[in-house]
Ligand binder design. Structure first.
Ligand code: ATP
Ligand code: MG
Length: 521
């Protein structure tokens, strides 16, 4: 009899152990445990309650009891002793348990007569309770307590497993969220360099959706090219050759985005090895460094342009000044005048260059403030043209505005700067002379001002870039004339700050017409 009982007990426990390892649903495992415990102890009913964070108990599994009335069991959980040394288990009791049972029994309307209760203990802390009830027959024996203790242990393991599992899941979710929401592009590769994870930032950076990237070799998705776009860095020198943990690799290269534009990225690769030293994953941190690269290039252009542009007028001024100052020479009135005129012009030129530079750097800092007022562009154009007439004898400067040309809301000093830059270019880039015409027209929404010349013109492929900072069209004329390549950059910035547009119509040798349009309020 006893042997039979022990065999069955072992079978039950074995089955429960299996269930625990096979199942991660805690409630299902607890239901199984309480059912077997009740059957094993020849009880009528039973329950497992788990202790919550606030110290109260919650019934998580029951057997042979109305499931809808868990609150009626509350008296059973009062004054549960928290001292939990394992050796004490045989003597561990809840005070007045019989009285409490009578209360619950009355409330339920089920004649529960006998009860045996044991704590579920995880790492010396009380995690829950297991109860088995009888409606008739003898009180539970010491052996019954012993049997129940085995079930309590199993339940404690199940709870422990479920909690660890939940912790792992939570941790994984947390890590996934960190990777997904990281501002840097993150890509995780498997040991064959196929993409396993491709985060949101990387999707945005490359224009490639994660669904298209995952599973593909990384060099297909992020094909790093050198700065001249001439060869693939990935093909010629795949950077991924890791021998030991802790190694890090930093590679820079250009990547063609899915829309055809090119960005420069810096990628840090770090390997992840398992305990046997096998490469498991490579984690790639991808940063868009296009801006840095551009800033670097800009800086070197800036230095070369500025050194050239500043030096030329300064050396002219210096040359004329020291010639005039020579004590052994007498200069006639005309030479004196002409020389001083050069000094004045070059000083103006220097001044303008410095102004342009300051404006350009203010623009870069995003601080172009407009002082708005009504501006009569026809009057402004007339003033500007008048000023330029004194500076050239080769050109005919003409004005053509309709008499009812409407005023616009704008910053008159900035718009004067626009006209000055366009006119100075028109003169500078038509060295043979010709007519320079400033004209205006208006439709319902816009006013248009055009400055046209009969000069060297601009090839189609250059027409967009001339508005870039420091950009000058390469030609024998541009080599001979001074210029920092800032004029049109400022023109465009000022016009766009007015919500307007500027463009050029031109062909090589056929002059150029620069047009800007400003909204009529
Ligand atoms: P800066 O204006 O700073 O003194 P820049 O005149 O060279 O120097 P931008 O005014 O920005 O610079 O013009 C950029 C380039 O566009 C010029 O170098 C020139 O090659 C070309 N360009 C501008 N205006 C004309 C024009 N009217 N005709 C032909 N080419 C022009
Ligand atoms: Mg210019």
């Amino acid at each position: 009899m006893l042997r039979d009982y022990q065999v069955r007990q072992r079978e039950y426990l074995l089955e429960i152990s299996r269930a625990i390892t096979a199942q991660l649903d805690l409630d299902a495992v607890l239901r199984l445990i309480i059912q077997y415990a009740v059957e094993m102890l020849r009880g009528r009913a039973g329950l497992i309650a788990l202790r919550q964070d606030d110290g109260t108990f919650q019934v998580r599994a029951s057997y042979g009891l109305p499931a809808k009335l868990p609150h009626l069991f509350a008296p059973l959980f009062a004054d549960i002793p928290y001292r939990l040394e394992r050796t004490d288990l045989a003597r561990w009791t809840i005070p007045d348990l019989e009285v409490k049972l009578a209360l619950v029994s009355a409330a339920l309307g089920i004649p529960l007569r006998q009860v045996v209760a044991l704590p579920l203990v995880i790492r010396n802390s009380l995690t829950g309770m297991i109860y088995v009830f009888r409606t008739e027959g003898a009180a539970f024996s010491a052996n019954d307590r012993q049997v129940l203790a085995s079930f309590a242990d199993q339940a404690a393991i199940a709870v422990q497993n479920a909690r660890l599992y939940q912790e792992v899941i939570n941790e994984k979710r947390r890590l996934d969220a960190i990777i997904a929401n990281s501002g840097d592009g993150i890509m995780i590769l498997d040991c064959e360099y196929r993409i396993e994870v491709f985060n949101k930032a990387l999707e945005e950076m490359t224009g490639v959706p994660a669904s298209r990237a995952i599973g593909r070799p990384c060099h297909e998705v992020l094909d790093l090219r050198d700065h001249q776009q001439s060869h693939s860095v990935c093909e010629t020198e795949c950077p991924l050759k890791f021998k030991s943990p802790g190694e890090r690799l930093y590679v820079e290269g250009d990547v063609m985005r899915s829309d055809g534009s090119v960005i420069t990225v810096g990628i840090t690769y770090s390997p992840l090895f398992d305990d046997d030293g096998e490469l498991v994953n490579v984690i790639a941190n991808v940063r868009d460094i296009t801006r840095f690269r551009e800033a670097e290039e800009m800086k070197s252009t800036f230095i070369s342009v500025i050194s050239h542009e500043l030096k030329t007028p300064v050396s002219l001024i210096k040359g004329y000044a020291s010639t005039l100052r020579r004590e052994d020479a007498k200069w006639d009135e005309q030479t004196l005048r002409e020389s001083l005129a050069v000094i004045e012009e070059e000083s103006d030129r220097l001044n303008q260059l410095i102004d342009n530079l300051l404006d350009a750097s203010r623009l870069q800092a995003g601080a172009l403030k407009l002082e708005l007022g009504y501006v009569a562009l026809d009057k402004l154009a007339a003033q500007t043209v008048k000023k330029f007439r004194t500076q050239t004898h080769k050109h005919i400067l003409s004005l053509d505005f309709p008499p009812d040309f409407p005023p616009v809301l704008g910053d008159s000093e900035r718009l004067r700067q626009v006209l000055t830059n366009l006119l100075s270019n028109a003169i500078k880039y038509s060295p043979q002379g010709g007519t320079i015409r400033v004209s205006g027209r208006a439709d319902d929404d816009w006013v248009y001002v055009a400055v046209s010349d009969e000069g060297i013109g601009i090839p189609k492929e250059e027409q967009e870039r001339i508005f870039d900072r420091f950009y000058r069209v390469e030609s024998s004329l541009s080599r001979r004339t001074q210029g920092a390549g800032l004029g049109l950059f400022l023109v465009k910035a000022v016009i766009e700050a007015h919500q307007g547009r500027v463009w050029v119509e031109s062909a090589p040798g056929q002059g150029a017409t620069f047009v800007f349009a400003l909204p009529r309020n």
